[in-house]
Design a protein around this ligand. Structure first.
Ligand code: A3P
Length: 322
């Protein structure tokens, strides 16, 4: 790593022990940093972005709170942007998990201890992040020509259930399983990787309202219900709208089908425990049910009421709701 990045990493190492800490759902400790609970590698990545990342107008940042549909959105953005480069029958999504095609921004910065890897990528760079919007530097968020963000949000009840299952798959065997009750308590308090969930969503929601050309805010439920509309919206926002010819030859429908839960979860590469990305977790761990409303099978009426209440309270008056 170059000297500048070394200095940033040194600052980060000095900062971490001074931050409030909490146990994580899977591996890393969580640190409370600028209002969010973030694993140390995420803080390191965020500080490297702040100090050294040079955005390009063509950059596309795929932003999510974990378990809101990162895998799906990565697949959709990759296939929309690269639709003229590959045939669906022999598509990269049939050979690689979406996280190998849209790289985990802060994860790669952390691994390389510098921005060198992302600096070397050819445009358009597709980068995926879990970092909250407020953690990005103003040269990325305020400059309309700097880069664009696409965000997908999801009903917190489904996010919680998805995350609880995921945590128990990823937790090291030495640790006891995370009970639903304990996990629920943590989630409600906002102690959750990149949480609080509500603040994360709200940051991107407000940015999308303020700068609709900079941030596209999608909801998992809406894209599930009308995937064709969702894909058209994404393509328009990314400034590569579908041509009438593409509409006629079913390109939009092909992308929807290729990226669907059924299609992706049935690719051999995604049935495996291969850890094809930069963070732990086998490929198959990212596919469970892919449905809207599975929370009814897991949450007690009290839990539902509590989550709904928090959501209402946190989002009151913002125009953002579920
Ligand atoms: P469930 O646990 O509810 O099934 P992330 O990709 O952000 O980690 O989120 C994982 C969630 O998205 C899981 O939800 C997973 O099943 C679902 N998912 C994965 N691929 C999907 C796809 N192509 N379409 C819809 N949902 C998908």
């Amino acid at each position: 790593p170059n000297e500048g990045c070394q200095k940033t990493l040194k600052n980060c190492n000095e900062l971490l022990p001074t931050l409030p800490q909490s146990k994580a759902w899977w591996f890393d400790q969580l640190f409370q940093y600028q209002g969010f609970w973030i694993p140390s590698f995420g803080i390191r990545g965020s500080m490297l972005i702040n100090d050294h990342f040079k955005p390009r107008p063509t950059d596309i940042i795929v932003a999510t709170f974990p378990k809101c549909g990162t895998t799906w959105l990565r697949a959709l953005v990759f296939s929309i942007i690269n639709r003229n480069s590959f045939d669906v029958s022999d598509h990269p999504l049939r050979k690689a998990n979406p996280r190998e095609l849209v790289l985990f921004f802060e994860g790669y910065l952390h691994n390389y201890e510098s921005t060198s890897f992302v600096d070397g990528l050819t445009s358009p760079r597709l980068l995926s992040t879990h970092l909250p919007y407020s953690l990005f530097p103003t040269r990325m968020t305020d400059d309309t020509s700097a880069c664009r963000f696409v965000y997908i949000c999801r009903d917190p009840k489904d996010v919680f259930v998805s995350k609880w299952h995921f945590a128990n798959k990823l937790r090291p065997k030495e640790l006891p399983p995370l009970s639903l009750e304990e996990a629920f308590d943590l989630f409600c308090k906002g102690v959750s990787e990149y949480g609080p969930f509500w603040d994360h969503g709200l940051g991107y929601w407000e940015a999308g309202v303020e700068s609709p050309k900079k941030v596209l805010f999608l909801k998992y439920e809406d894209v599930k219900k009308e995937p064709l509309g969702g894909v058209r919206k994404l393509a328009g926002f990314l400034r590569v709208p579908f041509t009438p010819e593409e509409e006629n030859n079913e390109t939009v429908a092909e992308i929807v089908k290729l990226c669907s839960f059924e299609s992706l979860s049935n690719q051999n590469v995604n049935k495996s425990q291969t850890s094809g990305g930069e963070r732990p977790g086998g490929n198959s761990d990212f596919f469970r049910k892919g449905e809207v409303g599975d929370w009814v099978n897991h949450l007690s009426p009290e839990m539902v009421e509590k989550l709904n209440q928090i959501t209402e309270q946190k989002l009151q008056g913002t125009g953002f709701n579920f």
